[in-house]
Structures are given as structure tokens and as C-alpha cells.
Design a binder for this molecule. Structure first.
Ligand SMILES: Cc1ncc(COP(=O)(O)O)c(C=O)c1O
Length: 386
């Protein structure tokens, strides 16, 4: 059976160029980047070249890029690291109610350590209101963390407006850009951020690698102590092949960004329109306009999203019902309930996230199959009105 993968918000297949670059790195660049001999110097050179490529994609200086083990670690370093560095000046943090657990859980951890956290609500479209952010700011606010785009519903937040508010008040501003880097423009100066998290496996790079951008002058403390790698901020021998893979993925994404965005948005809209026109009581979750080009999150009344997912999987189609991390839980997604869906509505959602290897033919096949499966599930539904 031909398999079609449309769950790129969970992870992406590695680009062939990334695999090639990593193969070479695994075999030929085995040195420890801290060693002073030739193999060590070669590893250091590969590491610094990679840092420049990643910096270029986000419009940063190479020295402002710190390699980590992925999005989760970058978020933890940003949030805990800034909180530790600024704890004598204040203990209030602002974030949003629809962040990924990689942001929510460090915030909850800090609450247990005597910090206070405000979780901003979002509108029906999943957008944070800038006025709500402004009124949540207090004298003791030290950090604002607001995701660039949501991993479930794809809503793109007003980051540059929030960034200018944070800058005017002298508050450190972090964005989790794991879902946007390599998919839409995410330049640190345009966004006005002090810290930005990214993850390699969301942009056709390998898993277990990521980076945190830290604007020069931002106060931050290390949360992993050891040999002082990454300029003392993140100890641990650098994963050179993984980092080379991330840099190759970053280069590819940057070169094709505009083209990929337009193609992806066209496929997303065709898919959503086809399904919505045919399946009764179906809708789009999130904003129609401020949305990632590759994300279609569809809601269905009287259908269990999980049942849809499994039937589609049996047809060779991989999609998701929410974030991959919560797909084994039976609780309704915190994102879908935050935008005001009732739990039964939240359970009837399907997230289809496209990637650059998807084709128009695949989109048409997936759209037709979703309609067929949804109709057959509706016909069996005991909850349907008529
Ligand atoms: C918005 C967001 N932040 C953080 C993460 C965690 O990234 P990683 O899997 O690299 O730890 C993810 C992954 O699903 C994500 O979607």
C-alpha cells in the first residue's frame, strides 16, 4: 500500500541532502569539537559553519545561536535560564494558555519554585489579544513567552507587536518558533524577540537537535552544567553530525521558503474546501488568515477524531488528532478547549499538516478519503441529529 504522510507538525522525514551531509559527518567528522588536534579542529569548523547557516535562516549573528538537543531543551533553557538570572528582580512570567507542554511544564515547575505565571487566554481563532498582554504586565514581570505559531491549529501570534511591548518595558521576550522556522519567515529582528527556540526535526532535519537564539546582552543562566560547551551555556560534547544535519535542513528551507509557502497554502485550502463542502457540520479550527500555510485542522460534529485517524491509517494516510504528545491521552486538547470548543467538539478534530514532499495528487486522494470515511462514520453515529 502506498503510504501518505501528512503529519509534519509532529515530525518530518529527513531531506535526502540532510542524510547525505550527515553520513559524511558521521564518518569523516568524528573529532571532539573541543580537541586541539586536526580531527578536533575539523569538527569545530563544521560546527561553526553550521552555526552560521542556522543564524542566517533566522537573521541572527552566529554567536547568538546555541545548539541544544531540540525544541524542548531550548524552551527549558530560555524559560528557566532567564527566570534564574532575573529572580532577584521579579518572579512574574507571562505566557499563553495554548503553548506546547515544553513551555507550559517549565512554567509550572517555576510556579513550584515561587514564581507566578499568568496564562493569557486566546480568542476563538486562537489569537492572543495584545491588550490582554499589556494589562497582564506587572512591575515584577521578568519574562514573556509566546509561541510564534501553534502546533495544533497553526494560528500565528502577533509576535512583533508583543515584542515591541516587551522591549518598551525592558522585559525579556521568548518565542517558541518550533513550528515556524523553515515554514514561514521567522527573523529575530522582525519578530523583536530576545530568545527563539527551534527544532531540527520539524524542518526535515534529524531528531534530537535544536537551537536557542539568545540576543546578545540577554541575561540568562545555564541549566546544564559541565565542561562549559556552547560558551558556558550548554555543557555536553556537541552532536556534530546532528548539527550538520540541522544546518543543511536550514539551508534548504531558506532557499525554498517562498515557493514552499505558496504551494503548501494552495494544497491546504484545496483540501479544506473539498472536505468542508461535502461533510455536514464540519469546520476549520483556528484562524483562516493568520495561519501556517501547511496546517489544516478540521472539526467534525458527531465523529470521534480518533476513529477517523485510525480508519485513515488503515488506508495508508498518516494524520493526527492533536499534538503527537497528547494523542494517546483521552482528555480533550488544551488548545481546542482554550479556543472555546466543547470537549465533544474538541474530540472530533483532525490535524492535517503538509510537507514539501506532498503532491497535489496526494492531497486530492486524502481529501476524497477523508470525506468517504467521515460519511461512513456519520452514518454509524448514534449522536447524529437525523
Ligand atoms: C510548538 C512546539 N514546541 C516544542 C516542541 C518540542 O520540540 P522537540 O520535539 O524538538 O523537543 C514541539 C514538538 O512537537 C512543538 O510543536
Amino acid at each position: 500500500m502506498k503510504r501518505i504522510y501528512m503529519d509534519h507538525a509532529a515530525t518530518t522525514p529527513m531531506a535526502p541532502e540532510v542524510v547525505e551531509a550527515m553520513k559524511t559527518a558521521f564518518v569523516e567528522i568524528f573529532g571532539n569539537a573541543s580537541s586541539l588536534h586536526q580531527p578536533g579542529l575539523e569538527a569545530r569548523a563544521a560546527l561553526e559553519e553550521a552555526r552560521e547557516k542556522v543564524a542566517e535562516l533566522i537573521g541572527a549573528e552566529a554567536e547568538e545561536v546555541y545548539f541544544t538537543s531540540g525544541g524542548t531543551e531550548s524552551d527549558n533553557l530560555a524559560i528557566k535560564g532567564v527566570a534564574l538570572a532575573k529572580r532577584d528582580r521579579g518572579r512574574h512570567i507571562i505566557t499563553t494558555s495554548i503553548e506546547h507542554p515544553a513551555v507550559l511544564e517549565p512554567c509550572r515547575y517555576l510556579e513550584g519554585q515561587g514564581f507566578e505565571v499568568t496564562y493569557l487566554p486566546v480568542t476563538r481563532e486562537g489569537l492572543v489579544e495584545v491588550e490582554a498582554l499589556e494589562s497582564a504586565i506587572r512591575e515584577d514581570t521578568i519574562l514573556i513567552s509566546m509561541m510564534h505559531a501553534n502546533n495544533e491549529i497553526g494560528t500565528i501570534q502577533p509576535i512583533s507587536e508583543a515584542g515591541s511591548i516587551a522591549r518598551d518595558r525592558g522585559i525579556a521576550f521568548h518565542t517558541d518558533a518550533v513550528q515556524t522556522v523553515g515554514k514561514i519567515p521567522a527573523k529575530v529582528d522582525e519578530l523583536g524577540v530576545d530568545l527563539l527556540s527551534l527544532s531540527s526535526h520539524k524542518l526535515h532535519g534529524p531528531k534530537g537537535v535544536g537551537a536557542l537564539y539568545i540576543r546578545e546582552g540577554t541575561e540568562i543562566e545555564s541549566i546544564i552544567h559541565g565542561g562549559g560547551h556552547e560558551r558556558g551555556l550548554r555543557s555536553g560534547t556537541e552532536n556534530v553530525p546532528g548539527i550538520v544535519g540541522l544546518a543543511t535542513a536550514a539551508e534548504l528551507a531558506g532557499a525554498n521558503l517562498e515557493e514552499d509557502m505558496a504551494r503548501m497554502a494552495g494544497m491546504r485550502d484545496r483540501l479544506a474546501e473539498f472536505v468542508l463542502a461535502r461533510v455536514e457540520d464540519s469546520w476549520v479550527n483556528g484562524s483562516r488568515t493568520k495561519r501556517l500555510p501547511n496546517n489544516a485542522n478540521l472539526g467534525f460534529s458527531f465523529i470521534e477524531g480518533e476513529a477517523l485517524l485510525l480508519r485513515l491509517d488503515a488506508e495508508g494516510i498518516a494524520v493526527s488528532t492533536g499534538s503527537a504528545c497528547s494523542s494517546k491521552k483521552t482528555v480533550a486538547s488544551h488548545v481546542l478547549t482554550a479556543i472555546g470548543l466543547r470537549p465533544e467538539e474538541a474530540h472530533g478534530s483532525l490535524r492535517i499538516t503538509l510537507g514539501r514532499e506532498n503532491t497535489d495528487q496526494e492531497v486530492d486522494y486524502v481529501a476524497r478519503t477523508i470525506v468517504e470515511v467521515a460519511e461512513s462514520l456519520l452514518a454509524m453515529s448514534p449522536f447524529r441529529k437525523s
